[in-house]
Design a protein around this ligand. Sequence first.
Ligand SMILES: N[C@@H](CCC[C@H](N)C(=O)O)C(=O)O
Length: 287
Amino acid sequence: MQTNDLPPLEESPAPKTLAFLPFVKAHANGNDFLILEESVAHKNHAALARCLCHRTQSIGADGIEFLDRRPNGAFFIRLFNSDGSEAELSGNGTRCVAAWLAATEGLQRVTLETHGGPRACEIVESRDPHFLIRTGMGLPRVMPRTIDIPNIGPIPGAMVNVGNPHFVLFTDTPDFSAHNLPWQQLGALIATSPLFPHGTNVEFVSVRSPEEIAFRIYERGCGPTTSSGTGTCASTAAAMTLRNTNRTLNAIAEGGPQTVTWPTQEAEMHLTGPAEIICRGEALGVS
Ligand SMILES: N[C@@H](CCC[C@H](N)C(=O)O)C(=O)O
C-alpha cells in the first residue's frame, strides 16, 4: 500500500483540558479518606470516588468525603465509598473532616451534617497533624436477628443502625473466623446478601472482658478495613445490649483502639478516636 492510499485521518476529538483537583488525605486508625470540596465534584462524585480511591492507579483511599460549605455557615459532608456507592455517613471520615477544619480554620467544635444526621465533633487533644476527637454519634438501634445465608445456615447476630446499617455477629475464635469461614469471606457474603437490599457493613466481635471488645470489619462498598467509626459504635452497641458489657468500652480493631460511652439506651452514644492529616495535593483529572 502506498502512503497516498491511506484512509483519511479521522477528525481528532476536541482537545481535553487537564483539571487539577485539590484534595486532602487523612486517616483514622488506617481507615483513610480523601477530602474534596463539593464545588469540584460537578455531580461526578461516584466516578471521582472510584477513580481517586484506586490503590494502585491513583491516590488510594477507602472513600471520599465531599465537604459542602453552605451559605449559612453550616457544613454538610457526603461520603462515597471506594466502589462509588454513597453511604449515609462515616464515623472515621467525619472525624477526618473535623481534624482538617481544626488544622486549617482552628475550629475546636464543629457540627458536620450528614445523610445519617448531624454529628457534633469536639477536639479533645491537638498535636497537629494528630488530633483526638470526640463525636456525638446519635442513638444506635440494636435489633437481634438470625439470618440465613445459603450453604452456611443460620447466623445469629444483630442488625444495628447507627445512621448507616451494620450486621454484628459474635465470635470467640482467635482469628475472628465464624461458621468455619474466614471473617473476610463470610463478611463479603453477608454484606452483599439479598437479605440486605441496600447492603450492610459487617462486624465480627469478640468480647474480651466487661471493658473491652476486639473486632474485625467488612465494609459495604469497600471490603475489609482496619477501622470504622460507625463499625465501632455498632459493635459496642451490640456488646452492651446483648452481652451486658460495661457502658464505656475500649473497642480494638486492626488499626487501633477507640473508646465508646453509651450511658443508657436513650442517651446519645459518644465515640472518641484519633484522626491524622496525611497530606494535601492536586489530583490530575481530564475535563
Ligand atoms: N469507615 C466508615 C464507614 C463508611 C461507610 C460504610 N462503608 C457504609 O457504606 O455504610 C466509618 O468509619 O464509619
